[in-house]
Design a protein around this ligand. Structure first.
Ligand code: ADP
Ligand code: MG
Length: 725
């Protein structure tokens, strides 16, 4: 057996669980101890500063220089007490993950020594030399200035010896260069729009926030086996590998006992997460072998997004301590399930109402229907753009495969809510009934005062499903920053609610009662958005045909899907969130990223095919040839005696020739694509004429894996990679 593979398999199977030093405290006693949260602020800030900062966080008031100065002083004191020596602005550029540049607190004291310094100015704003972050042409390298600016709404936290301050990242001219800026703008847009609509029902509501509870799926692979797979190391997924005879068909992994080694990893991860104030709640095995999931209790969307980015980097670090590598790629292994990041999303008011929860009486239920119907209309109107928000080179492997939502956005409501909307649509305004002197709307289901939702009515094949008191946006990729999907969704819903309010108010001005007006517009929207509702099997081929008939966006080419970001409709939807210039710039970045991903995969596969696979196949073939030659020496019947050898010799040749030919064709296709200047056209060329070779070449390599002597095969096989002992 290949030396590296042999050593890796041996190391992995001998690995023992790593014991974790557990804190002897209850979770509640160390929870958020590394976060400058409200209780730390109350302790380290003056009453006045605390009050002003809370006002800024809760009511969107600006933080002036004076407050920043006081907050910085308190933050520095808290940080020093926790052994911190450095600080960094922590932001999410348009690449994956987070960016940090650490600076020490130390400054010259002026008396030959050093003092710890941290001013309000350093807290509030920095100018990282960020010319190498993607900007889509918004920031020429000669004008490399980008600013990071403090996001007071997401509390600072400590990693190791460094104080991390969540920030936005914008260009010198104010354009967003990150994920957080448009997210914050979309949250503010949906707050305004939803608050105005809630006023029809609850006058006391002053603020609506968006909630997010993400579920993060991931794979773990032993570090030695990972190192024995250059494709995993360089691209995050296996570009070749025949399916293991046993994988997930027995369904014995899902919710099964968590392997001891993995459990230790999870324990340590949870400890770190709790200290960072990330409220992890759920951990379990997923469907595929070596696949797991983790989910916190939902939080306000901006914070939840930050926590997801943060936990991904903590997971990576902790996994290494347990001799694992973590895979966030959407499809690391062919033939078994890939990973997603379900985004559970809802809208809640400052008075404690979940706007997606059915209520106790008919007024509350009308409010519920108002929000559900507007969300339907928003998702329908923007179904192509919402798909763009979750599309990437890596997620493309997962969508449309028989395990994840198709590359078509539809909404699952469940039979109960669907029935309610159908009845609502066909009932007439005469059905409105009077209760407590208030004219109320009969939902056509007047005999059912409360909508009781059956939570078991779940459809796992839908990309966007109602699950009782929230929507679950399931099409989001496991490696993605949640902000992209959440920005698109919140912006869509905000725009729709503004439109809705305008229409209702126009009818009211024309003399209709509020109820009649609501009723009329909602009925119209139910009709309008009917095409987006689909309760059937999203994995079926019939649905693809049906969806196309309904006019839903069925495009599957990722670079082309991005076009929907800049349609007139999308520009309108993003009006207060991303300018047209920003939308175009982001697409440039997306196309470039797409191209690079496929380019890297193509290069890695080409190299492995030529340097690892073909030589080994030829070596094996030489053995067979020697064998046949020797048979010939001892017998005239060598053709019969060596029938299988001769067949294999031919097979190996045919696969080797096919691989060789395809690799060279792929290189030519790459050259042709590389010559294209326009980023969109280049990405399209990579999609249309380079990416197909990845599967084409793999096919022959996987066939060879079945033929070539197991001892000689150079790369760790699926059965070795996938079953943690
Ligand atoms: P599932 O059964 O879908 O796997 P999980 O318990 O794994 O459910 O995850 C559900 C996620 O949805 C959790 O993060 C949970 O906190 C979150 N969630 C629950 N209610 C809401 C809500 N009203 N709004 C947003 N997220 C919610
Ligand atoms: Mg779920």
């Amino acid at each position: 057996m290949s030396k590296l593979r042999f050593k890796a398999v041996a190391a992995a199977s001998n690995r023992k669980p790593v014991e974790v030093e557990k804190p002897l405290k209850k979770t509640s006693e160390y929870y958020a101890e590394k976060v400058f949260n409200r209780s730390a602020m109350a302790k380290f800030l003056s009453k006045d500063t605390y009050k002003k900062l809370m006002d800024a966080i809760d009511n969107g008031k600006t933080v002036d220089r004076n407050i920043a100065e006081h907050v910085a002083a308190g933050m520095r004191m808290w940080a020093l007490e926790n052994g911190v020596t450095h600080y960094t602005h922590w932001f999410h550029p348009l690449t994956e993950g987070s960016a940090e540049k650490h600076d020490a607190f130390v400054e010259h004291s002026g008396q030959g020594g050093m003092i710890e310094e941290f001013s309000g100015k350093l807290l509030a704003q920095q100018e990282p030399d960020a010319s190498s972050f993607p900007s889509g042409g918004l920031r020429n390298t000669f004008e490399a200035r980008g600013y990071s600016a403090w996001d007071a709404a997401s509390p600072a936290f400590i990693i190791g010896d460094t104080l991390c301050i969540p920030t936005i990242f914008i260009s010198y001219t104010g354009e967003a260069l990150d994920y957080k800026t448009p997210l914050l703008r979309s949250l503010s847009a949906v707050d305004k729009a939803a608050t105005a609509v809630v006023q029809y029902f609850n006058k006391d509501v002053k603020k609506v926030h968006s909630n997010l509870g993400w579920e993060q799926e991931y794979f773990l692979v032993d570090e030695d086996l990972y190192a024995a797979r250059p494709d995993l190391v360089l691209t995050g997924r296996t570009l070749m590998g025949h399916e293991s005879a046993k994988n997930q068909q027995l369904e014995d992994h899902y919710f099964g006992a968590i392997p001891e080694r993995v459990l230790k990893f999870m324990e340590e991860l949870e400890y770190e997460a709790y200290a960072l104030g990330i409220p992890l709640k759920t951990r379990h095995n997923e469907v595929a072998p070596n696949q797991f999931e983790l989910a916190p209790i939902y939080e306000e969307c901006n914070l939840a997004v930050d926590h997801n980015v943060l936990i991904m980097s903590v997971m990576d670090k902790v996994a290494r301590r347990h001799s694992f590598r973590i895979l966030f790629h959407e499809k690391p292994f062919k033939g078994i399930n890939g990973s997603g990041k379900h985004n559970n999303w809802s809208l809640g008011t400052d008075t404690g109402i979940n706007l997606l929860s059915p209520g106790k009486d008919q007024v509350e239920n009308l409010r519920f229907i108002t929000f559900i119907v507007n969300i339907l209309a928003a998702v329908y109107k923007n179904n192509g753009m919402l798909k763009a928000s979750i599309s990437s080179a890596t997620n493309a492997h997962r969508l449309g495969a028989n395990e994840a939502p198709p590359a078509i956005i539809s909404v699952f409501l469940g039979t109960e809510v669907s029935d309610i909307l159908d009845k609502f649509e066909s009932s007439s305004v005469k059905d409105a009934i009077v209760v407590d002197n208030k004219k109320q709307i009969s939902l056509g289901v007047g005999q059912i005062p409360e909508i009781l939702l059956d939570n078991t009515d779940r459809n796992r094949t839908s990309p966007f499903a109602f699950t009782g008191n929230r929507f679950e946006f399931r099409a989001v990729g496991s490696s993605a920053n949640c902000a992209s999907a959440m920005t698109a969704l919140n912006a869509s819903v905000a725009e729709q609610l503004v439109e809705f309010k305008k229409e209702v108010d126009t009818l009211i001005k024309a003399g209709k009662s509020k109820e009649e007006a609501l009723y009329e517009v909602l009925k119209k929207y139910i009709k309008y958005s009917r095409s987006i509702r689909f309760n059937g099997n999203g994995y079926s081929d019939e649905w693809k045909v049906e969806a196309a008939k309904r006019g839903l966006d069925c495009e599957t080419s990722v670079p082309v899907i991005f076009d929907t970001y800049t349609t007139a409709q999308s520009v309108k939807t993003f009006e207060n969130v991303l300018s047209e210039v920003e939308l175009h710039a982001r697409n440039e970045v997306k196309w470039e990223m797409y191209t690079k991903k496929i380019q890297i995969e193509s290069r890695v596969l080409g190299d492995l095919a030529l340097n690892h696979i073909i030589p080994v196949a030829i070596n094996y073939q030489s053995l067979l040839i020697t064998n046949v030659a020797k048979l010939k020496e001892i017998s005239d019947k060598y053709k019969e005696l060596g029938a299988e050898q001769l067949r294999l010799i031919e097979k190996v040749s045919s696969h080797v020739n096919a691989i060789n030919a395809k690799v060279h064709e792929m290189i030519d296709a790459r050259k042709a694509a590389n010559a294209i200047e326009n980023e969109r056209e280049k990405a399209v060329a990579y999609h249309d004429s380079v990416a197909p070779y990845l599967d084409g070449i793999r096919y022959h390599i996987d066939k060879l894996e079945l033929i070539v002597d197991n001892e000689m095969w150079p790369l760790a096989k699926y059965r070795e990679l996938l079953f943690i002992r």
